[in-house]
Ligand binder design. Structure first.
Ligand SMILES: [Zn+2]
Length: 147
């Protein structure tokens, strides 16, 4: 009887110990994660700053290094894409309803006016094969020149 009691006590204390150990693991990893999140934010801010300096040098015609010029061109193209996307959203939000302009019938597969994949806003990068905006001058994944 005494043995059974001691055994139950040991099992219970091991479970308590394990729960405390698990909680400590969670606490330590989330503390590190918070540090990493802050570092990532700081790193992004530094990269943004670097981009600003790079674009500034490019505007003044002081970028002589080919690879830096390519990055500057890619940054400008991506910024243009972001701005274009944002104006598209604004334009869509500002659209007003005009009755009789939208067909509520489901489009048939053989509808000649149905949008085809090739008419989408995206295309495939010939260099890396990833999906890129049709209007992009550079691939956002591998940096290949698209135009
Ligand atoms: Zn690519």
């Amino acid at each position: 009887m005494q043995d059974m009691f001691e055994n139950a006590k040991r099992v219970a204390s091991t479970a308590v110990e394990r729960a405390a150990w698990e909680a400590d693991k969670v606490r330590r990893t989330s503390a590190r994660q918070r540090e990493i999140d802050l570092l990532r934010r700081e790193r992004s801010a530094a990269v943004e700053q670097l981009a600003g300096v790079l674009l500034d040098l490019d505007r003044r015609g002081e970028l002589t290094q080919g690879p830096l010029q390519a990055i500057a061109a890619r940054l400008k193209a991506l910024t243009d894409d972001v701005n274009r996307g944002e104006s598209e959203i604004t334009a869509i939000r500002n659209e007003t309803f005009v009755p009789g302009t939208i067909s509520i019938n489901v489009q048939r597969k053989d509808d000649p006016n149905a949008p085809t994949p090739s008419s989408s806003a995206y295309t495939t990068c010939p260099s890396c094969g990833r999906s890129v905006r049709r209007s992009a001058a550079f691939c956002s994944a591998c940096g290949a020149k698209l135009k």
